[in-house]
Design a protein around this ligand. Structure first.
Ligand code: SF4
Length: 343
């Protein structure tokens, strides 16, 4: 993919199919080719990653102006979203295409091209890659291996941008001293900081909490509550966390439809509501083909709208949500069949 012999047009096209934030891999490819004096064009398709959204038609892109075209696909439903014609070299990558495919080593560690995405406010990067865990539904450990330090902040920091976004998958799994040292360095930048992936609530300590809340944090803190069996440890750490952070300022990604029962899903959500934390429901792809899909849809709609979640019980939400009685009855039947207690 980096063989430049025969590249006469000196033009590269980068196609971002479905990233919701600037795509770091494409930004690094852009740096590589601009250094080689290529002109780089970006095409953003902004496709949704949700399996139940109307499937986008395959987009035909004419690549005749380009020596090479690179396509990034993050979500599986978009695997066939693009067809590039009239270009001899088309490279596809991204977790939605093949999670094992990596950037070449000499591109992987390049400083991102922050001019690629107009209006971007973030320095974006990873301090760590990999994870100490190996959750069945997650590809991180398979793709990136055990948790390891990957880069230093200066490798991706742009002092002209007002914010920093970390993409680390399990930053809090670093040994405490390392973790605190990086958090101090982040604070020292004076920038607004956000961790894009859900942080691991199970690994919080009082020192880590103090360092996190000492950051100029951008938005609410987001953690993961994927496994219902983690409730006791989440409950224990929540007592500690709430000594420092007020009501409704904490969000948890809640994975549903993987191996949890509907009862366990509801239980996690009600537990968070009782503790004045917000859930953000992440529906596993199983949800979209499950007979329980109407229930999953309603639960996600309620939880993922914080104003409604805080102020309206789920029962009222179901009563009010549906335009037809038939649709409401679909959810009510699942609730009844499963013996769920809805309040
Ligand atoms: S803790 Fe998070 S990043 Fe690590 S394997 Fe589990 S889901 Fe993936």
């Amino acid at each position: 993919m980096l063989d430049l012999r025969g590249c006469k047009k000196k033009r590269i096209c980068l196609i971002d199919v479905d990233s919701s934030i600037p795509n770091l891999a494409l930004m690094k490819l852009s740096t590589y080719f601009k250094k080689k004096k290529f002109k780089v064009d970006l095409i953003q398709l902004n496709y949704s990653g949700y399996p139940d959204k109307k499937k986008e038609e395959t987009k035909i892109i004419d690549g005749k102006e380009y020596d090479k075209v690179f396509v990034s696909i993050l979500f599986l439903p978009n695997k066939d979203a693009v067809k590039v014609i009239n270009c001899k070299e088309v490279h596809c990558g991204g977790t939605g295409y093949n999670f094992r495919k990596k950037l070449p080593e000499k591109v992987e560690h390049l400083y991102p091209d922050y001019n690629l995405y107009a209006g971007n406010e973030y320095s974006i990067g990873y301090i760590t890659r990999g994870c100490i865990r190996n959750c069945k539904f997650c590809f991180v450990r398979k793709k990136e291996g055990m948790l390891h330090i990957y880069a230093s902040i200066k490798d991706f920091y742009n002092p002209k941008l007002p914010k920093i976004m970390l993409l680390d998958n399990n930053f809090l799994a670093l040994p405490e001293e390392k973790c605190l040292e990086f958090l101090r360095q982040l604070k020292k930048t004076g920038k607004k900081i956000t961790f894009k992936q859900g942080l691991d609530f199970r690994l919080l300590t009082e020192n880590k909490i103090k360092a996190l809340i000492d950051l100029n944090y951008d938005g609410e803190f987001i953690f993961a509550f994927d496994n219902p069996l983690d409730k006791p440890i989440i409950e224990r750490n929540l007592k500690l966390w709430k000594r420092f952070v007020g009501n409704w300022k904490t969000k948890f990604y809640v994975l549903i439809g993987f191996e949890s029962t509907l009862k366990q899903d509801l239980d996690r959500v009600y537990f968070l509501r009782k503790n004045k934390c917000l859930p953000y429901i992440m529906r596993h792809t199983n949800c979209y083909t499950s007979p329980n899909k109407p229930f999953y849809t309603d639960l996600a709609s309620w939880c993922n709208q914080p104003g409604l979640f805080k102020n309206m019980p789920f029962k009222t939400f179901i009563d009010k949500r549906h335009a037809t009685k038939e649709r409401k009855m679909q959810t009510m039947k699942i609730i009844e069949d499963e013996g769920l207690k809805i309040i």
